[in-house]
Ligand binder design. Structure first.
Ligand SMILES: NC(=O)c1ccc[n+]([C@@H]2O[C@H](COP(=O)([O-])OP(=O)(O)OC[C@H]3O[C@@H](n4cnc5c(N)ncnc54)[C@H](OP(=O)(O)O)[C@@H]3O)[C@@H](O)[C@H]2O)c1
Length: 199
C-alpha cells in the first residue's frame, strides 16, 4: 500500500508516518518544505505547493491520499487552507488516479474555523472519491510542546459537560494516528471517525 500525505511534514503528518512505519507501509509526504526530522527510511519527501499542482512531480502510484493542510490560528487563511486546499487535493487525486481521500477535519473550535472544515468535508463527500473524514478535537504531543497548554482545563470542563470543551476533547496525537492507521489497514466501511471512536 502506498500513502501520500498532503501537508505531511507537520504535527499530525509526523505521527502518522511513525505509525505507518510500524506496519512497513510506504509513505510519501508532500509539502513546501522538508522536515529533516523525518528520515528517508520513514518517508519520501515530495516538494510542492498544493496551489501550484502543475509543478508537483509525482512518479509513483498512490492508493490513498491523506489531507493534512489546515489552520486554526490564522482566520484570514481559513477558507484557503481548510477548504480551497481540499479542492486542489481532489484535483491532484483525480490526475494521479488516487481513489481514496482521507480528510483531517475537526470536531469543534471557532465558528468560522468549523464552517471552513465542514465546507472541506462537503467537497470530499461530493468528490466521487472513496473517502474517510476524521474529526479530532485538540491533539497534543511532544513534537508540539505548546499543545500541552490548556489540555487539563479542557478535559476538566469537558467532564463538567461544557459543550465547547467536549467538542475539542484532547487526545494524544499518537492515539489519533493509531486509530486512523488501523481504520485504513482494516479497510473500514466507516466514512467518519469521531473523537469517541479514537478515545
Ligand atoms: N493539531 C491539532 O490539534 C488539530 C486539531 C483538529 C484538526 N486538525 C487538523 O489536522 C490537520 C493537520 O494538523 P497539523 O497540526 O499537523 O498541521 P501542521 O502542523 O500545520 O501541518 C500542516 C502542513 O501543511 C503544509 N502546508 C501548508 N500549506 C501548504 C501548501 N500550500 N502546499 C503543501 N503543503 C502545505 C505545511 O508545511 P509547509 O509550510 O512546509 O508547506 C504544514 O507543516 C490540519 O488540517 C488541521 O486543521 C489539527
Amino acid at each position: 500500500m502506498n500513502i501520500l500525505l498532503i501537508g505531511g511534514n507537520g504535527f499530525v503528518g509526523k505521527a502518522l508516518i511513525k505509525e505507518f512505519k510500524k506496519y512497513n507501509v510506504k509513505v510519501s509526504y508532500l509539502s513546501r518544505s522538508q522536515n529533516h526530522s523525518i528520515s528517508i527510511d520513514e518517508a519520501t519527501f515530495i516538494q510542492g505547493d498544493i496551489f501550484d499542482s502543475e509543478n508537483i512531480v509525482i512518479n509513483k502510484k498512490y492508493d490513498i491520499a491523506i489531507h493534512l493542510i489546515g489552520t486554526i490560528k490564522n482566520k484570514k487563511l481559513y477558507s484557503k487552507l481548510n477548504t480551497e486546499s481540499v479542492t486542489q487535493t481532489i484535483k491532484l487525486c483525480q490526475k494521479q488516479n488516487i481513489n481514496k481521500l482521507i480528510y483531517f477535519s475537526a470536531n469543534g473550535g471557532f465558528k468560522q474555523y468549523l464552517e471552513s472544515k465542514r465546507n472541506g468535508e462537503k467537497l470530499v463527500v461530493d468528490s466521487k472519491l472513496n473517502y474517510l473524514i476524521i474529526r479530532p478535537g485538540l491533539m497534543y504531543g511532544k513534537d508540539r510542546f505548546s499543545s500541552y497548554f490548556n489540555i487539563f482545563p479542557i478535559k476538566l470542563f469537558s467532564k463538567l459537560g461544557i459543550t465547547f470543551s467536549k467538542k475539542v476533547y484532547p487526545l494524544p496525537v499518537e492515539k489519533v494516528a493509531e486509530s486512523v492507521v488501523k481504520a485504513i489497514l482494516d479497510n473500514t466501511d466507516s466514512i467518519i471517525i469521531e473523537i469517541i471512536d479514537m478515545k
